[in-house]
Design a protein around this ligand. Sequence first.
Ligand code: ASP
Length: 353
Amino acid sequence: MKKIILLFCLSIVFISCETNKKPLNSENNFTSKNSEFAIVIHGGAGTILKKNMTPEKEAVYRAKLEEAIKTGYKILEEGGSSLDAVTKTINIMEDSPLFNAGKGSVFTNAETNELDASIMDGKTLNAGASAGTTTVKNPIDLARAIMENSPHVMLSGKGADTFAAEQGLELVDTSYFYTENRFNSLKRAKERDSIELDHDDKKVGFYDAEINNFKFGTVGCVALDKNGNLAAGTSTGGMTNKRWGRIGDAPIIGSGTYANNATCAVSSTGWGEYFIRAQVAHDISALMEYKGLSLKEAARTVIHDKVAKLGGDGGIVAVDKNGNMVFEFNTAGMYRASMNDNGELVVDIYEQH
Ligand code: ASP
């Protein structure tokens, strides 16, 4: 009899332990809403170390990241679309010379600026992208116009500039993109005789240890709006000293940008050749869709296992359909910020805590 009572008590304890188990962290629990709306941005990843930064310079970056994210946040808070939030937030960073996008874009080997951008709508899986434009002030607007007003997904070079003109987008003289800082970076890159090709691992010379010390500065934004729609966008000048019409990952849907209401929205920054080969943004979504991974798990797997193993570096920002937000990078730092529906703001630059 004693045994039966003991067994009975044990089973009661066991059942109550099971039912009292904490619900899975919302990261892993796709039925719980973490945030009704949310927004995450990046301003590029790279060897960004506190010791190389002055407090003044850091304050300027932080202020611009805050201004940008608050622009998108306001749109979301007022019930606007994630696409509008992404576009307007990126515009702020494109117009700032601090980042490698729009004004402040890096220089090609030919001393020109060739800009790439893309945007994706998680609701329709529609997307738009532009590569190698030279006169469009805000390439993210062009990407959006391509998505909304053309039968195509991706336009490049002169044709993309022509389409932008036809759409009435703001065009600028190519000198608009000049900044002394970026021009000096090009000079330094050229001085370092950075054109060797390493055929073994497809490393191209414009990327070397020294260049790696320059923050790349691509900008990106992902957002979830009150209607449950996800969107992602990315805009960049690419990599310093690029040649031959090189196009990076930023305008490649599935690499630099991806959004799907069923999973998440992702924007990448980093060494584009590797991000293209690893299909970073879509892979994160696919791991969630097909393997049931949480956003955090999926992002970690792709950035720290897949990209790092190939030899690439960089990071992503992402938000899932429940408002869980993620920053993930394998570089020393990444300019980044996030805001949830409570208005809680996180702005960070250096290594992940
Ligand atoms: N991913 C960009 C590119 O390869 C560079 C960056 O993110 O800074 O063009």
